[in-house]
Ligand binder design. Structure first.
Ligand SMILES: [Zn+2]
Length: 225
């Protein structure tokens, strides 16, 4: 059976039961963990990452892999479409907000990156919902977080195909999440005190390319590899 290290093989077999996950765990122990065991030991009691990444749960756009990060380097939160809700004090299970609060007020991260990606199913769901197509009980209200960005995309006559609209909303949703981050008082204060910066990026899965968001224009440009 081909192994995970043969990553360019089309025949690679992914884990489809827990035993396969355990094979991966054994490779981790023999490879990466062995190389980084000192680092893991040093990190056993505390973490002090300076970067938080908010990314999509999509299996193909893993921030730790894309940024070649070491354990302890990135504080990562992933959800459907890499969305951040606005500051909301109503009772509820505010998982993303709790993570942002922890990162900013306890870990005191210096940087928050929101990273969207190409072919995002969550963004596609947002566009489907706008056409009254069913997208799932929990997904539908969640992707409404993109509503303002979606309205701009749907009103843009230059976006003539579904693919163009989806990519534009993948970009727009990143900007929307950054805007929403600024509604949290502790984020706004840290940004105002120059203790925190917010950035956006978008990852092309097929090309393995990262595009960075210009905060002034909201446009994304390719990062030289
Ligand atoms: Zn996605």
């Amino acid at each position: 059976m081909p192994t995970k290290t043969q990553t360019n093989r089309e025949t690679i077999e992914f884990a489809d039961d827990p035993a396969d996950l355990l094979d991966g765990y054994r490779r981790f122990r023999a490879g990466r963990y062995r190389e980084q065991s000192d680092l893991y030991r040093r990190l056993r009691n505390e973490q002090s990452p300076s970067t938080m990444v908010l990314a999509c749960a999509d299996s193909r756009a893993d921030p730790s892999m894309i940024f070649d990060a070491a354990p302890g380097e990135l504080f990562v939160v992933r959800n459907v479409a890499a969305l951040v809700p606005p500051f909301d004090e109503s009772p509820g299970f505010h998982g993303v907000s709790a993570a942002v609060e922890f990162a900013v007020t306890m870990l005191k991260v210096k940087h928050i990156l929101v990273m969207g990606h190409g072919g995002c199913g969550g963004v596609a769901a947002s566009l489907s919902a706008a056409q009254d197509r069913p997208v799932g009980r929990f997904i539908a209200p969640w992707v409404e977080l993109t509503a303002a960005a979606r309205a701009r995309v749907l009103a843009d006559p230059a976006l003539t195909t579904d693919d163009h609209r989806r990519e534009a909303l993948e970009h727009g949703a990143v900007g929307q999440s950054i805007e929403n981050l600024m509604t949290f008082p502790f984020v706004r204060d840290a940004v105002g005190a120059a203790a925190l910066t917010l950035s956006g990026a978008w990852f092309s899965i097929g090309k393995g390319e990262l595009h960075w968001r210009d905060p002034a224009t909201g446009a994304f440009s390719l990062i030289e590899a």
